[in-house]
Design a protein around this ligand. Structure first.
Ligand code: PLP
Length: 390
C-alpha cells in the first residue's frame, strides 16, 4: 500500500522578515546529529559549553544563565513568572506588540501592573515612567530592547537608573537584539534578560536563552509562593543545568546541538565584528530604500540594525507586493503589526541574513514588486546601497 503521505518537499526561502532568520548549513546539520540521552556525559559537556557561550554572548558572568526549552515567549513567561508573585508591582513600558505581551503575562500572574505607553515607532521616555511610578517601590521595570513590531531600539541606561530608584529589577526583552547588537548585561546592570534563537543568532526557533543577575537569582530564591508554572520554574530547571544534573524535563537535545553550533559561529566571528556587519548592511539597505522614495518612520538614532521598518507607498497593496517577492524571488519580508498593518513592511537583516547579497537582492526585488503595481521606482536603489559599501 502506498504511504498515505509523501515525504515533505524541501522549500527554501530567503528569510528577510522579522524572524526566523536564515540558518547556516552547519547549524542545520548540527540538528541532524544522532540524538543522545539528556544525561549522557557527552551531552552534559555540550550543556556546559553552551552555558559558557551564552554568558559570552550576553556579556555576563551570571551563574543563572541557560536556554529555556521553548521560543522567545517562553523565555518572557519564565522570566516574569519567576520574578513576580501575586500583588508585586510591575512597571511595564509598552510601545509595540511585545511590551503588550509582557503586560498581559504580568497581569495573568496577578501582579499589580502600571503600564506606560509610548507611541508606536518611538522609544519609551523615562520621565513618564518615573511619574507613573509615583515614588512607590516596584519589583520589576520591564522594557523591550529591540521592538520587532516597530523597529525601535530602546536605550536602556535611563531605565537602569529608574529601576535602581524604585528598588526594582530591570527586565529586558533582547529577542531581536542578542547577537546583532550589544546586550551588555553586566556593564549595564541588567537583571533579567531573555532572548530567542531564531533572530540574530541564526538558529531555528525553539529555545530561549535567559540570564539573571545575582540580585534577580536571590529574588527568585526568596519567593513566598511557588512559581505558578512547574515547567518554567527556574529553581527546578537550574538543578538540571547546574552541577546537580537532576532530571526535570527531557531537554530538546538536537535543538541544543544546533544552538551550540550557532553560538560557536557567533563567537568565531567575534561580537564586535558581528555588530559592525549588522550596522553596515542596515545602512546600505536604508540608503537603497531612501533612494526608492520609501519612508523610514523610525528616527535614525533609534533604528534597529537588525530590523528596518519601511512605509508602504500609497497605492501599493501590501499583500500583493509580498506575494510578488515570495513567488518571483523566494524572498520573505514581514508585514506591519497592529496599527502598522498594511502600512509598513518589516525587513530583517538578522544574523546570517545580514549580507550584501541579501541587501542587493531585497532592493532589486522590492523595485520589481513596486513597479508591478505602477509605483515609479527609479533605478538608483542598488547604486545607493553600493555607495555605502564603497
Ligand atoms: N519579544 C520580541 C521582541 C519578539 O520579536 C518576539 C518574537 O518575534 C518575541 C518576544 C516572542 O518570541 P517567539 O515568537 O519566539 O515566542
Amino acid at each position: 500500500m502506498p504511504a498515505p503521505y509523501p515525504p515533505l518537499e524541501s522549500v527554501s526561502r530567503i528569510l528577510l522578515g522579522p524572524g526566523p532568520s536564515p540558518v547556516p548549513a552547519s547549524v542545520l546539520s548540527a540538528l541532524g546529529r544522532p540524538t543522545v540521552g539528556h544525561l549522557d556525559p557527552f551531552f552534559l559537556g555540550v550543556m556546559d559549553e553552551l552555558r559558557d557561550m551564552l554568558r559570552a554572548v550576553f556579556q555576563t558572568q551570571n551563574t543563572l544563565t541557560l536556554a529555556i526549552s521553548g521560543t522567545g515567549s517562553a523565555g518572557m513567561e519564565a522570566t516574569l513568572a519567576n520574578l513576580l508573585e501575586p500583588g508585586d508591582r510591575a512597571l511595564i513600558g509598552v510601545n509595540g506588540v511585545f511590551g503588550g505581551r509582557m503586560l498581559e503575562i504580568a497581569r495573568r500572574l496577578g501582579a499589580e501592573v502600571t503600564q506606560v505607553q509610548a507611541e508606536w515607532g518611538r522609544p519609551l521616555e523615562v520621565e513618564p515612567c518615573r511619574s507613573a511610578a509615583q515614588g512607590r517601590p516596584f519589583k520589576v521595570v520591564c522594557v523591550v530592547h529591540a521592538e520587532t513590531s516597530t523597529g525601535v531600539l530602546q536605550p536602556l541606561e535611563p531605565f537602569k537608573e529608574l529601576a535602581d530608584e524604585l528598588g526594582a529589577l530591570l527586565v529586558v526583552d533582547a529577542v531581536t537584539s542578542l547577537g546583532g547588537m550589544p546586550v551588555e548585561v553586566d556593564r549595564l546592570g541588567l537583571d533579567a534578560v531573555y532572548s530567542g534563537t531564531q533572530k540574530c543568532l541564526s538558529c531555528p526557533p525553539g529555545l530561549s536563552p535567559v540570564t539573571f543577575s545575582e540580585r534577580a537569582s536571590r529574588a527568585i530564591s526568596a519567593r513566598r509562593t511557588p512559581v505558578v508554572s512547574w515547567y518554567l520554574d527556574l529553581s527546578l530547571v537550574q538543578r538540571y543545568w547546574g552541577s546537580e544534573r537532576v532530571y526535570h524535563h527531557t531537554a530538546p537535545i538536537n535543538m541544543l546541538f544546533a544552538l551550540h553550533e550557532a553560538l560557536r559561529l557567533v563567537l568565531q566571528e567575534g561580537l564586535d565584528a558581528r555588530f559592525a556587519r549588522h550596522r553596515l548592511h542596515h545602512a546600505a539597505l536604508s540608503a537603497g530604500l531612501g533612494e526608492l522614495g520609501l519612508g523610514l518612520p523610525v528616527a535614525a538614532q533609534f533604528r534597529l540594525p537588525s530590523l528596518t521598518v519601511v512605509e508602504i507607498p500609497d497605492g501599493t497593496d501590501d499583500v500583493k507586493a509580498r506575494r510578488h517577492l515570495l513567488h518571483e524571488f523566494g524572498l520573505e519580508i514581514g508585514g506591519g503589526l497592529g496599527p502598522m498593518q498594511g502600512r509598513a513592511w518589516r525587513i530583517g537583516l538578522m544574523g546570517e541574513g545580514a549580507s550584501r547579497r541579501n541587501v542587493e537582492l531585497c532592493l532589486a526585488a522590492l523595485t520589481s514588486a513596486l513597479r508591478a503595481q505602477g509605483y515609479r521606482a527609479g533605478d538608483d536603489a542598488l547604486a545607493a546601497a553600493r555607495a555605502t559599501y564603497s
